[in-house]
Write a protein that binds this ligand. Structure first.
Ligand code: GAR
Length: 216
C-alpha cells in the first residue's frame, strides 16, 4: 500500500476527497500524515475526524526556508511516505523536499496550466476572458506550477461566472482528477520522461463538450 503525506494550508476539500477514496478502498493508499503551515486550517479538523496524524509547522519557526522543507522531508521519510500530495498548499515547494521526493510530489491547480499559474487561477481566467478553464494535476518542481502535467479536466467559463461560481464548478473536477492521478500513481501506471507524462490505460476527461454543472 502507498503511504501518502499531505500538505495543506486551508479548507482541505481536496484532502477530504482523498480521505473519502482511501476509506472507501477505491485507492490502494493510506494517508499517514498531514502537515499544515496554518494553525487555523480547516484541514486539521478533517485530520482529527479521520484519525490522521497531523503537524503544524510554520516556516517562520525555522532558521531558513530550506530548513523548513528539510524538516517536512524528514517527517515524511520517517513515515515511509511514497507520494507527497499538495492539497491547497499555498507555497512554492523548496529544493530539499523536491530532491527528497523526485517526481513523487503532486499538486492540483485550478486552471489549465501553463495558463494562469499562481494564486487565484480561476479569477485570472475570468479576467483574461478565457472561454475554457479547468484544473491540472502535475508533478511539482522548483517553479510555480511548472512541473510535468499528469491529468487535466476542462471546464467552460460562463459569461456570468464570478470567481466563486467558476471555482465551485472547477472544484467538482478537482475532486475527480486528483484521486484518479493518485490511483494511477499507486498502480505504477505513470511514466515521466522530461516534461512528458505517459499513463497506461488513461482515458482523458472530455469535458469540453458539456457543461459540468448540468452534468452533475
Ligand atoms: C483548490 O481549488 C486548489 O486547486 C487551489 O486551492 C484550492 C484549495 O481548496 N490550489 C492552488 O491554487 C494552488 N496554486 P481545498 O483546500 O478545499 O482543497
Amino acid at each position: 500500500m502507498l503511504n501518502l503525506g499531505v500538505l495543506a494550508s486551508g479548507r482541505g476539500s481536496n484532502f477530504q476527497s482523498i480521505i473519502d477514496e482511501t476509506e472507501a478502498k477505491r485507492l490502494n493508499a493510506g494517508i499517514v500524515l498531514l502537515i499544515t503551515d496554518n494553525p487555523s486550517a480547516y484541514a486539521i479538523e478533517r485530520a482529527k475526524k479521520h484519525n490522521i496524524e497531523y503537524l503544524v509547522m510554520a516556516p517562520n519557526e525555522f532558521a531558513s526556508r530550506d530548513d523548513f522543507y528539510r524538516k517536512i522531508a524528514e517527517e515524511m521519510k520517517k513515515r515511509n511516505v511514497g507520494l507527497v500530495v499538495l492539497a491547497g498548499f499555498m507555497r512554492i515547494v523548496g529544493k530539499p523536499l523536491i530532491d527528497a521526493f523526485p517526481n513523487r510530489i503532486m499538486n492540483i491547480h485550478p486552471a489549465l496550466l501553463p495558463s494562469f499559474p499562481g494564486l487565484h487561477g480561476q479569477r485570472q481566467a475570468i479576467e483574461y476572458g478565457a472561454k475554457i478553464s479547468g484544473c491540472t494535476v502535475h508533478f511539482v518542481d522548483e517553479g510555480m506550477d511548472t512541473g510535468p502535467i499528469i491529468i487535466q479536466a476542462a471546464v467552460p467559463v460562463l459569461q456570468d461566472d464570478t470567481e466563486e461560481t467558476l471555482s465551485e464548478r472547477i472544484l467538482i473536477f478537482e475532486h475527480k482528477i486528483y484521486p484518479e492521478a493518485i490511483r494511477l500513481f499507486s498502480e505504477g501506471k505513470i511514466k515521466v520522461e522530461g516534461r512528458k507524462v505517459t499513463i497506461q490505460g488513461y482515458t482523458p476527461f472530455n469535458t469540453h463538450l458539456v457543461n459540468p454543472a448540468i452534468r452533475e
